[in-house]
Design a protein around this ligand. Structure first.
Ligand SMILES: Cc1cc2nc3c(=O)[nH]c(=O)nc-3n(C[C@H](O)[C@H](O)[C@H](O)COP(=O)(O)OP(=O)(O)OC[C@H]3O[C@@H](n4cnc5c(N)ncnc54)[C@H](O)[C@@H]3O)c2cc1C
Length: 425
């Protein structure tokens, strides 16, 4: 029997180490030196780099990549279990070499890069010697790629890129930017002449590409292949976000339960009020459903492919946003006024829920994907009545017993009475 919800003892030992390491090393760094993990400041690096080295020594660096692509080759299921821990801590994904947007960009490079491109960009990205960003969304539209206009024109040995991108996360601090053009995916050095980073938004940048010239070997994958590369990139990114969201909602749930047992109102701890119990019970069930959906999707990717799992990935995408919104809201509410401040993680978590419903594709688009794919397994009913119309099914089933009913009027009468009884009910 292959359905098994247990974790191998050797891997559980790794998970235990990760949990302890994150609590004792990563969280204190986050609290006292926020942002040190991705800073270029030598003093901040001196604090974060030894932690990264410990992760490498443990064989846990760049968890998302297969062995042949330079990672430990854990597969998505083990990665999901690890991300259930890492997602609780802001800088843990960077300290484990598995932070967006670099992960998705590395996946594209690993899958489509030439050996020269891998040497030039993948190895330094893996080692965090450089950082990257991903420029796809444009000001006039993000959900519909047919609205994108950024284009590359061939000029001898070079490509000339013109267009405007919006919400390129970490674009201003990236060394290289993966720019999705209508005719291909290009790697653009951020300091190339013509790359103009606008002043706002500060973290998710508005960027103009003003006739930016890159050599012909900066085209990643085939010409006109940008959509395929983007799907590869975003599919992996979505499931990784979902894995980390499981960690976030578990954190919210832990806070909700602790608070429910700690606070009194109207003569008893609030955990004894039934509506608080309902919030806890609903959250428990929703988190468990999300977690199992994510683990099942990860298992499907490991056992077939990301493509095979695309319906499940899309379902994870909008389910995680919904569960994050519901559970973080309930936890914030049960925390009372403290929950509305930024003195606990709950306010930021709740404010982050709309982002989860938007980044890497809005919920509506993923719901359409799920509905379309699921409907491929169905057909319209052939006649007037639905297939499950009971009188028609019963007439069909009576044919099976026709000889028995004809031969035994007493049994036939009993059957008629029994049917009338069920119809009354
Ligand atoms: C925190 C964050 C980080 C991001 N990082 C990046 C990044 O690094 N690189 C990058 O390129 N982009 C990034 N994005 C942009 C993201 O991919 C887009 O926001 C997303 O694709 C939606 O595009 P849009 O914002 O233009 O919204 P629109 O496409 O304008 O959609 C707005 C609304 O219209 C409705 N809608 C749209 N299409 C449909 C439809 N087919 N059916 C029904 N309703 C629909 C939905 O209600 C939707 O929310 C990021 C976004 C966020 C919030």
């Amino acid at each position: 029997m292959a359905w098994d919800f247990s974790t191998e003892p050797e891997f559980q030992a790794q998970l235990d180490w990760v949990a302890e390491f994150c609590e004792n090393e990563v969280e204190p760094l986050d609290l006292v030196f926020p942002g040190a993990a991705w800073s270029r400041n030598p003093k901040a690096k001196a604090l974060a780099d030894p932690l990264k080295q410990q992760v490498k020594d443990r064989g846990l660096w760049a968890l998302f990549l297969d062995k042949d692509l330079g990672g430990p080759g854990f597969g998505q299921l083990k990665l999901a279990l690890l991300n259930e821990i890492l997602g609780r801590y802001r800088s843990a994904p960077v300290i484990f070499g598995t932070a967006a947007p670099d992960t998705g960009n590395m996946e594209m490079l690993a899958a489509y890069g030439t050996s020269e491109q891998k040497e030039r960009w993948l190895t330094p990205l893996l080692n965090q010697e450089i950082f990257s960003a991903y420029s796809m969304t444009e000001p006039q539209g993000g959900s519909d790629p047919s609205l994108f206009k950024t284009h590359a024109t061939r000029d001898g040995d070079e490509w000339v890129i013109s267009g405007e991108k919006w919400f390129t996360s970490a674009g201003a601090r990236a060394d290289i930017i993966f720019v999705m053009c209508t005719n291909g995916m290009f790697v653009v050095p951020r300091d190339a002449p013509g790359v103009e980073i606008m002043g706002y938004p500060p973290l998710h940048n508005h960027i103009r590409y003003n006739n930016v010239r890159v050599p012909s070997d900066h085209l990643l994958g085939p010409e006109d292949g940008a959509k395929v590369l983007a799907q590869r990139r975003l599919g992996g990114g979505r499931i990784h976000h979902a894995m980390r969201t499981v960690a976030q909602v578990k954190l919210a749930f832990d806070m909700m339960c602790e608070r429910a047992l700690s606070r009194e109102s109207h003569g008893k701890v609030i955990a004894e009020h039934q509506m608080v119990q309902e919030a806890i019970a609903d959250s428990y069930a929703e988190i468990t459903m999300l977690r199992l959906l994510v683990l099942w999707t990860a298992w499907t990717i490991d056992n077939s492919s990301t493509r095979e799992a695309r319906t499940q990935i899309a379902a994870c995408k909008y389910t995680m946003a919904k569960v994050l919104r519901e559970v973080s809201y309930r936890a914030l509410h049960i925390m009372g006024s403290l929950g509305t401040t930024n003195l606990t993680p709950l306010h930021a978590m709740y404010a982050g829920a709309p982002t989860m419903a938007m980044a890497d594709g809005v919920d509506e688009v993923h719901k359409v994907t799920v509905a379309r794919n699921v409907l491929k397994g169905y057909e319209p009913h052939p006649g007037l009545w639905p297939t499950e119309y009971i009188p028609a099914k019963r007439d069909e089933a009576r044919k099976k017993y026709a000889s028995l009913i004809t031969a035994d009027p007493e049994l036939a009468a009993w059957a008629d009475a029994a049917v009338r009884h069920t119809e009354r009910g």
